[in-house]
Design a protein. Sequence first.
Length: 111
Amino acid sequence: MERGENPESTARRELREEIGYSAGKLIPIGGSWVAPGYSTEYSHTYIATELELDPLPADDGEDIVITEIDLGDVHRLIIEGELEDQMTIAALLTAQHVYTDYITTRTNQDK
């Protein structure tokens, strides 16, 4: 986080820098310690919805490749070794379950 930023404003900025989109809505879904016992870094996790193209310049040295996946493929990608980054895996598994519950709750409320 930059000085003076809170986790949500950091997430909004990083989203624009890293994938070139802004989110109309950010849903906080928790987070995790990056390396407990070794570091005090905590990673906050959000689901971004209502995306609109709105890029910011990328940070130097960040060569990010964006690949769309279906949340239903997460387990297969982990098992096949296509996803190996622990923060990505934790975020996607959390998103997979939390977002499914969120959609189910909203659908039931609309009835």
